[in-house]
Design a binder for this molecule. Sequence first.
Ligand code: PRT
Ligand code: ZN
Length: 284
Amino acid sequence: MNLKLAIQKSGRLSEDSIKLLNDCGIGIKSGGNQLKAVSEHFPLEVYFLRDDDIPQYVEDAVAHIGIVGENVLFEKQKNVSIVESLGFGKCRLSIAVKKGDEYTGSQFLQGKKLATSYPVLTQQFLNKNEISAEIHEISGSVELAPGIGLADAVCDLVSSGSTLLMNGLKEAETILQSQAVLIKTASLEESHQKLLNQLVFRIRSVRKAQNNKYILLNAPNHSIDKIIALLPGMKSPTVLPLANEGWSSVHSVVSEDEFWEKIEALKDAGAQGILVVPIEKMIV
Ligand code: PRT
Ligand code: ZN
């Protein structure tokens, strides 16, 4: 029986969710007007839903698994668990105040009115800081609330911060860092758990590959030891002799985070003709 996955129908997570499946070799066409699609290459059925509804569908096991932002997941408080962080849809839920206000800490909010689409998370933040404030739940364009006198401050999602800026607000305090996660229903029968394990294995291979680059370079033999010391590789770097006597070609894998730093160090150690190639899958 097919494993059922719920993803966002149309919005900020849709494209990345479909791309992740495609990278995992699970071809799915985008939602469009469809409610569901079946993959041709993996026993997976995909439901296209509003992101807010995904935790409930997964709790009810109508979908066995889902892709949703942690912000929505934690707000909805459903009985589901996180299987894997997916690294896209990154944003933060933050308190923002009017540009001219001086935010000295959460006590600034005492007795004030806060507009948000995340009443549960906002209330948790207030409770934790022993602040009593009035929460106005609104479903969209929260950033307009202070300007029209509906609230003194907001608690809203931020990524670049330009929406806040354009509305005369400034970010004061982050209450949650969020990204898209793969969630699953509380209990899965064995056949579905097996399919989920396969899917997670593919996701990890794809994500690992995205975080690494394959690197090829030439170096004089007397520099090889120095160069090898700089390169971790999956086990150790591959070293091949070049036709040009006294020279070798070195192949290895370098993580995206330390990439530029490594390139500089390799050049200083005598590396030449450095080639950097994206990796499609990385099975370790
Ligand atoms: O229709 P549906 O209910 O499915 O979609 P939606 O409109 O509720 O959600 P959508 O598509 O806007 O966002 C889906 C998910 O993307 C969110 O739940 C977050 O997990 C994630 N995400 C990542 C974001 C942002 N970045 C983001 N920037 N969601 C919303 N925003 C908003 C932000 O609130 C601000 O108003 O985008 C605006 C621009 O942000 P700045 O800071 O870059 O200006
Ligand atoms: Zn939504």
